[in-house]
Design a protein around this ligand. Sequence first.
Ligand code: NI
Length: 171
Amino acid sequence: MAIRQIITAPDPFLKRVSKPVAEVTDDLRVLMDDLLETMYDAPGIGLAAIQVGEPVEAIVLDIARDEDDPYPRYFVNPEITWASEELATYEEGCLSVPEFTADVDRPAEIKLNFLDYDGNKQEIHADGLLATCIQHEIDHLRGILFIDHLSAVKRNIIVRKLVKASKQAAE
Ligand code: NI
């Protein structure tokens, strides 16, 4: 396993649309292992392959609390098949948008089809933080960041600060 560099906004690479994978290969499992290690190191609770420069439909998540055992989850080719009309609001952050958080409304419950780490088809019904995290990560596969759900004014303020911070870091 290896820790990979996380791409941060406003890098245009993050706007790319990820491609579904034909099958879960050993190479993809190596990528997912790297994603998980990179996510734990950051630390974060979710990471999509596009965030480390691989535009394929693969996501890792672990929303276990600090006092609980790690519970890594892997989602390949995730597809939301149903979403509740009821919305839930969470304060979201993103490893590609460091230092910023904002409230985002999303469907409170979803049903999801995906392939697991072993390439088996799975279907789950998710709610709570899990539903929000899965939707946040699936957005990454479509080139969407959580700040894209905010008003243009709020988004521009955050993007300007990110650009300024990255210029200062480069100096
Ligand atoms: Ni994110």
